[in-house]
Write a protein that binds this ligand. Structure first.
Ligand SMILES: [Zn+2]
Length: 346
């Protein structure tokens, strides 16, 4: 049985990955870190044309192979306009909400290799000056990036090397509490990437030979809808997304559990796979919840939409305040690892 040290290891890997900015489309550094991490554990891992990382965990039955997918891309922003007053107007990458980015520190990555700091603020953000601050609607026209540089015009900004199309990355503010809570932006889905690295380390440490050939795909375009639509290895019969589990009103999962999704916005998950995931949780004593996610789409639905003939499932650690300042718990990580080991008979 996998022990809790692997959950701690998974969190260490997650924290290291969270420190690398990687909004969808700007993921090369993160993908190389992921590839090198799997390679250093002794696995065959390669970067796909699209920029994801495909890892072969080995295993026997190549005709009934299993794909585990998690994503390393995150929400973020892109410079849409350099305004005449030297501020930047943003466009969102993925489902980044202006309400969730307001007052956050950001980094602007220029194509010339410079990184410039700033803050996302409501326009005219001093409450002692702006009567509209309390009630003004937050969107990407009423918020802006205030650069921490002496810039007063678009020319000043361009002189720094900043151009339209540059990526703007939000500080993840990663922290772990003494009580085991894990708080950060982008736990969706770097926490699951960490979990799959932890699983791979466990399999290697214990020289486990899996009965099914098993692959991990760390995708890099999930937040924009097409992460796992390509690079499905031959022989795959099942694909399981390991992605954040929903926590909120009307659902039963907590941050300390592993969530098994029965249905999301893309419809029901494969009935047989959901049943086997529940059995795996029971077998390994993993604390789990089965839920229906009201507003959610997963990477393996992209695999199905791309035409793959597979059975699909979705599990992940419970994550509260998703797409905002997210929170999970080390127990949710451990329960997800236990369920995965049960599913793989490892
Ligand atoms: Zn996700």
């Amino acid at each position: 049985m996998i022990n809790k040290e692997y959950a701690e290891y998974a969190w260490e890997q997650t924290a290291a990955l969270l420190a690398i900015d990687s909004p969808s489309g700007f993921t090369a550094t993160a993908a190389h870190w992921v590839k090198n991490t799997f390679c250093s554990l002794g696995y065959d891992a390669r970067i796909t044309n699209k920029g994801g990382v495909l890892v072969d965990l080995g295993g026997e039955n190549v005709d009934d192979a299993l794909l585990l997918a998690a994503h390393a891309d995150t929400l973020g922003g892109m410079v849409a306009q350099i305004k005449g007053n030297g501020r930047l107007r943003l466009t969102n990458i993925g489902g980044m909400r202006p309400e969730n980015g307001e007052t956050e520190n950001v980094k602007v990555y220029t194509r010339c290799g410079k990184v410039i700091e700033g803050t996302m603020q409501f326009c005219n953000a001093s409450v002692h000056v702006n009567a509209d601050y309390k009630t003004g609607k937050r969107d990407f026209d009423t918020t802006e990036i205030v650069l921490d540089e002496d810039v007063r015009s678009a020319e000043d900004v361009r002189a720094l090397g900043i151009e339209v199309g540059d990526y703007v990355c939000f500080d993840p503010r990663t922290r772990r509490t003494a009580s085991g809570y894990l708080k950060s932006r982008f736990l969706d889905d770097k926490l699951s990437v960490g979990i799959l690295i932890g699983l791979a380390k466990y399999l290697k440490d214990h020289a486990v030979t899996l009965s099914r050939r098993t692959y991990i795909h760390i995708t890099v375009y999930e937040e924009v809808g097409h992460g796992c639509s390509a690079s499905v290895p031959a022989g795959i019969t099942e694909a399981i997304s390991v992605d954040m589990g929903c926590v909120g009103d009307g659902l039963t999962c907590t941050e300390r559990q592993v969530s098994i999704c029965a249905k999301d916005s893309g419809g029901p998950y494969n009935y047989e796979v959901v049943g086997k995931l529940i059995d795996a949780a029971k077998k390994t004593d993993a604390d789990y919840a089965v839920d229906v996610y009201p507003f959610y789409g997963s990477d393996v639905e992209a695999t199905l939409s791309a035409g793959a003939d597979i059975r699909h499932g979705l599990i992940g650690p419970g994550v509260y305040a998703s797409h905002g300042y997210e929170r999970s718990h080390i127990d949710g990580v451990y329960n997800t690892l236990k369920l995965l080991c049960g599913y793989l008979n490892a």
